[in-house]
Design a protein around this ligand. Structure first.
Ligand code: NCD
Ligand code: ZN
Length: 361
């Protein structure tokens, strides 16, 4: 039996308020606990998006009633909320900026809008950017100009990890995260049946849609080769239902909060990462980067020899599928204790909705 501190996932989408048929604070935090994750930072692209006092209150009230593990809520950077976001910063996980994709009220049409956020955000927590490739380079430059910490979400490309290495060497206050799906899965082959990494064929069509997209073998190899530059493992848990994924216009996103630890334990078992790296990138670093409190009397028990198959039918997310269906993993979460309470044991969630605490309170 292996005992770990509770994991922190700094990047989840729990769809609450607004799209609770995909997930809510209850099902999302149940899924987290079953995966050994005892603290989550929730993204603001809900309906409505979380970008001012009223919407922050709305999300936090839902979380207060329903969350089973500890949490904090991100604020989204919109075109007109830089001052209010800065004022609300102490109550937020951090600030999220969507620089590539377009997101309703979180849409930042030109770079002068980014500028206001970099100018005003207090910087006790980072500005977290969804910024791919060249927009990542622009964001790095802005962070450097204002001497503010920036955290690059879900890096997926060789050029990204190498640019971040160079930026760190030049003293930019940059940190970054990588998602399991960008380490373990690759983009589908253009003509043949979609291939899903080195574990054989996986689902096709809409189920391979995720942002950033799954990348090439060269990108995946570069991420593994430069793990020392990568500060955190984060899931970007982005649940959409199977009907949505298999329908017309499938929305991008993979669930992941419950499969993070088994996949990483398997990488430890296979000698691809060390247990120290796992702990550093899922606990120590996220705690430091996001200025998160320690969770007293909190730990995860793992049977590191247990082999089993990942099955969506056994996961707690409301979305009903996983891109890792049928994968054989080594390392099973057997028990989770959160602030002295048994929260998960032998497949059962043992804490009620509302047990979770807002770590910014
Ligand atoms: C995210 C979601 O579903 O909220 N999807 C994803 O593929 N990561 C949104 C996004 O970042 O595009
Ligand atoms: Zn995301």
């Amino acid at each position: 039996m292996l005992k770990l501190p509770g994991l922190i996932d700094p990047h989840v989408h729990f769809r609450d308020p607004g799209q609770t048929h995909k997930e809510d604070w209850d099902s999302g935090t149940a899924s987290a606990l079953a995966g050994g994750v005892t603290m989550v930072l929730a993204m603001p692209n809900t309906k409505p998006p979380i970008f001012d006092q009223a919407t922050l209150d709305l999300a936090l009230e839902a979380a207060r009633r329903k969350a089973r593990c500890d949490y904090a809520q991100y604020l989204g950077a919109g075109p007109e909320n830089a001052a209010e976001a800065a004022r609300l910063a102490p109550r937020a996980a951090a600030l999220k900026m969507y620089l590539d994709s377009t997101f309703g009220q979180l849409r930042l049409d030109d770079m002068t809008l980014w500028l206001e956020h970099f100018r005003q955000w207090p910087g006790k927590t980072p500005i977290v950017t969804h910024s791919e490739s060249r927009s990542m380079a622009a964001a790095l430059w802005m962070a450097h100009m204002f001497d503010k910490p920036i955290h690059i979400a879900h890096i997926s490309l060789r050029e990204e990890v190498l640019l971040i290495r160079a930026a760190k060497e030049h003293g930019v206050k940059v940190t970054c995260e990588v998602c399991p799906h960008h380490l373990f899965l690759m983009q589908p082959a253009p003509s043949s049946a979609p291939s899903f990494g080195d574990h054989g064929a996986g689902p096709g069509g809409g189920r391979t849609e995720v942002r950033p997209r799954l990348a090439t073998q060269a990108d995946v190899d570069a991420l593994w080769a430069n793990l020392d530059v990568i500060d955190c493992f984060a899931t970007d848990h982005a649940p959409h239902t199977l009907a949505e994924k298999d329908g017309e216009n499938p929305p991008p996103g993979f669930p992941g909060v419950e499969t993070l630890l088994p996949l990483l334990l398997t990488a430890v078992h296979d000698g691809r990462i060390s247990l120290d790296q796992l702990i550093e990138k899922t606990i120590t670093n996220p705690r430091r980067i996001f200025n998160l409190p320690e969770q007293p009397q909190t730990w995860v028990e793992v049977d590191e020899k247990a082999e089993y198959e990942i099955k969506a039918s056994e996961l707690h997310s409301r979305c009903g599928w996983t891109p890792f269906e049928g994968w054989k993993v080594t390392g099973k979460v057997t028990k989770v204790v959160l602030r002295g309470r048994e929260a998960f044991k032998e497949g059962q969630i043992l804490v009620e909705p509302g047990f979770g605490r807002n770590v910014r309170d």
